[in-house]
Design a protein around this ligand. Structure first.
Ligand code: CP
Length: 317
């Protein structure tokens, strides 16, 4: 294993060699995932817990599949049905889990920063952030980088347009770190109310010229190599941020008109789940340049690579 990673909290904490090492491992696992014998013993004897306080289809299932393929035991815990329902705090839940000698905890939580609390609590178990509030979703960004790299020679110099509900998107935040670390220019586009204009670290990247924030969708899409559209996060009271869904579709939807006019060769991505017909049209989501299904498929490879990195080398604090 080339790079040793204790916790996977977000990409801003990883060096470029560490990111590349995870992507290289994922590539190595491709043959296993495509074979008839999807069972290895690399993580035999390890115990992985998935601890999900929010809904998930892709992330949770792919971590479970990844852990099982690599031979670990995987225990799934949901907030509903656990002692969280009886009022147990996150810290006490963390202590309880660690007392059972698990090797890695994959956590999704509605509050930004929750995985960092777990990482501070644990003496030896590793923590993997599977999405915390609006903050970060590092394994999604890694699988997005991996998916783009399957279709281009290098990310260096690419124009990446991330369009839509950026302000609520943990996927966008992690992807910004990832794409910038690998040398792309990132454009963030959306209605002014959905752009995180006040974030100092984004301001820094704007001032040094590697990131552009714009309310002009055509500027973001013009000659883009990759267009990533984001889900309107209705569960975060999005209706207060846009005049109406109809207006959003008219001005911001990624559809054939906008793509044909600005970037007909661009690869199209969406982290899912999609509101098809709202932030993305059905024809673009299912068109020849769509990488959306590939993103899901590659999610298993990346999660194999991440589990292997965090479980492969144990350190004690
Ligand atoms: N992209 C993503 O995190 O999807 P899920 O919510 O289905 O895990």
């Amino acid at each position: 294993m080339a790079a040793d990673i204790k916790h996977m909290l977000d990409l801003d904490l990883l060096s470029k060699p560490q990111i590349t090492s995870v992507l290289d491992s994922a590539l190595m696992y491709k043959d296993i995932l495509n074979s008839d014998m999807k069972k290895q013993d690399e993580l035999r004897g390890k115990i992985v817990v998935t601890l999900f306080y929010e809904a998930s289809t892709r992330t949770r299932m792919s971590f479970e599949e990844a852990g099982k393929i690599l031979g670990s035991d995987v225990i799934n815990v949901s907030a509903s049905g656990s002692s969280v329902e009886k009022g147990e705090s996150l810290v006490n839940t963390a202590k309880t889990i660690e007392a059972m000698n698990v090797d890695a905890v994959v956590i999704r939580h509605p509050h930004s920063g929750a995985p960092y609390i777990l990482a501070d609590q644990f003496a030896s178990a590793s923590v993997v952030n599977a999405g915390d509030g609006t903050h970060a979703h590092p394994t999604q960004a890694l699988l997005d980088l991996f998916t783009v790299l399957e279709h281009v020679d290098s990310i260096e110099g690419l124009k990446i347009a991330i369009v839509g509900d950026v302000i609520h998107s943990r996927v966008a935040r992690s992807n910004i770190h990832g794409f910038l670390k690998l040398g792309a220019h990132v454009f963030l586009a959306g209605p002014a109310t959905l752009l995180p204009k006040a974030l100092p670290w984004l301001r820094y990247y704007e001032s040094e010229g590697s990131l552009t924030m714009t309310t002009n969708v055509d500027e973001a899409l013009k000659d883009a190599d990759v267009v990533m559209t984001l889900r309107l996060q209705n569960e975060r009271q999005i209706s207060g941020y846009i005049p109406s869904e109809r207006e959003y579709i008219a001005n911001w939807q990624i559809n054939s008109n906008r793509i044909d006019k600005n970037c007909p060769d661009a690869w199209i991505m969406h982290p899912g789940p999609m509101n098809e017909g709202i932030e993305i049209s059905e024809s673009i989501a299912n068109g020849p340049k769509s990488l959306i299904q590939k993103q899901v498929e590659n999610g298993v490879l990346i999660r194999m690579a991440v589990l292997s990195h965090v479980c492969g080398v144990k350190h004690n604090k």
